[in-house]
Design a protein around this ligand. Structure first.
Ligand code: FAD
Length: 309
């Protein structure tokens, strides 16, 4: 019996942190420090976004190289294919491979801002996934994006699900979703995802609330619904950043608990926006940092898409 008790239990949820590439070299240096500090909280991985549009996003590549190769952080590289010739994709994948990175979030990227057609060699994310699988076999764990409240370019829910299934059939290992605050809609959406035979982990994208204006702006930008109880709680205190963050932490933590309890979720992916405090406040409230320390869950070995979890 004693032995059975000493076996590490699976945590109620593991977590990961997303960062975007800063504009200045000082910003990049600061971000390395922040990533390194936040890694002490034991995320299972961190990921770094890619600037879509075909400028070869060498900085993402460089940062992945440093984070994975030099700092030893389990890293996932975003890679978009809008306006990307296959040579640029090859360069990016080769550098990621050499750094020891084994996780790619394969994306199409938003279409060119000037309304022109993409000049890239791949039309959809699924084409990029096919390419990575053919070229690298099982070396990379491949993630895909999903949109529980729909995608701006497609309103037909069933078609969106069908396209998601195509990405999974092309060889995806995990799904990360767009941010949302409507837990009930997300849970319903998960049941539809499972119904059409998608069995890989669904990882919800969690956006902490740091200020009222950023909360509203990001929700509008992502075209997601803000549930009335969020507005009722935050609107009366919107001028007070401190109170908004406290109350926002409670609201988002409650949502995370609801997601975990639904049984569809065992990993939370935080859009940190390169900031520490709002994400850490949620983790503290959920007691996930202590849980992971107590149960000796180490990043990399327990990636949510590894079958062992
Ligand atoms: P796809 O899955 O290829 O879908 C693109 C559109 O085409 C959708 O409207 C879809 O419904 C439609 N479609 C798909 N397949 C077909 C088909 N066979 N026939 C017809 N229509 C089809 N953007 C960045 O620039 N950099 C990032 O780092 C980044 N990270 C992201 C991370 C996450 C978790 C998420 C959710 C999004 C991220 N994005 C990022 C945004 C993303 O690139 C855009 O939302 C983009 O418009 C769609 O990318 P996708 O990979 O989902 O494309």
């Amino acid at each position: 019996l004693e032995q059975a008790h000493s076996v590490a239990l699976p945590p109620p949820a593991t977590f990961s942190f997303e960062f975007f590439v800063p504009k200045t070299s000082q910003g990049v240096q600061n971000l390395y420090d922040r990533m390194d500090r936040m890694y002490d909280l034991n995320p299972i991985f961190i990921d770094i976004t890619w600037n879509a549009g075909g400028r070869s996003s060498t900085l993402t590549n460089d940062m992945v190289y440093t984070a994975q190769g030099a700092l030893g952080l389990e890293t996932c590289m975003h890679l978009t294919c809008t306006n990307m010739k296959v040579e640029l994709i090859d360069e990016a994948l080769e550098k990621a491979y050499k750094s020891g990175c084994q996780n790619i979030l394969a994306l199409r990227g938003d279409p060119p801002l000037d309304g022109s057609e993409s000049t890239g060699d791949f039309k959809y994310a699924k084409d990029l996934i096919n390419y990575i699988r053919n070229k690298y076999g099982d070396h990379f764990n491949i993630g895909v994006a999903a949109y529980p409240e729909g995608h701006p370019e497609e309103t037909d829910e069933q078609l969106i699900l069908k396209y998601l299934k195509e990405k999974c059939d092309a060889g995806a290992d995990f799904i990360i979703t767009q941010m949302f605050y409507d837990a009930e809609n997300f849970i319903k959406w998960c049941s539809q995802v499972r119904k059409i035979g998608i069995n890989i982990p669904i990882i919800p994208g969690i956006m902490p609330i740091s200020t009222y204006s950023a909360f509203i702006r990001r929700a509008k930008w992502s075209q997601i619904v803000i549930p009335q109880h969020f507005l009722d709680a935050l609107d009366p205190i919107k001028e007070d950043d401190y109170l908004v963050r406290e109350r926002g932490t409670e609201l988002v933590s409650d949502m995370c608990n609801q997601l975990i309890k639904s049984g569809y979720v065992n990993h939370l992916h935080f859009y940190t926006m390169n900031l520490e405090r709002a994400t850490i406040m949620i983790l503290e409230r959920l007691k996930l940092v202590e849980y992971i320390k107590d149960h000796d869950v180490i990043g990399g070995d327990v990636l949510p898409w590894r079958k062992s979890l």
